[in-house]
Design a protein around this ligand. Structure first.
Ligand SMILES: [Zn+2]
Length: 86
């Protein structure tokens, strides 16, 4: 990153993720000008959101056992495919 004031290369002085986004802070070693940039969503925020979505997707109650015909599971369909071919 380049200093907006004098055009010299700036050094990264800090990196904050407490807001859920990566904020990089820079300081120009030539004129002392400080700057920052938003580097996107922090990794822990992404993981946190993924965990929240997984919790929401989990069924709240166990599946009721019914005698009615239920759609085959993915694995049943897959093994069925192999059995038909074999
Ligand atoms: Zn500068």
């Amino acid at each position: 990153m380049i200093c907006a004031k004098c055009g010299a290369l700036v050094d990264q002085t800090d990196k904050n993720t407490f807001t859920g986004r990566v904020i990089r802070e820079y300081e120009c070693c030539k004129c002392g000008h400080t700057d920052w940039e938003d580097d996107g969503v922090a990794l822990w925020q992404v993981l946190h959101d993924a965990n929240m979505e997984a919790a929401d997707a989990a069924p709240a109650q166990p599946e009721p056992q019914s005698s009615q015909e239920r759609p085959a599971s993915f694995w049943q369909r897959l093994t069925g495919l192999f059995l038909r071919k074999g």
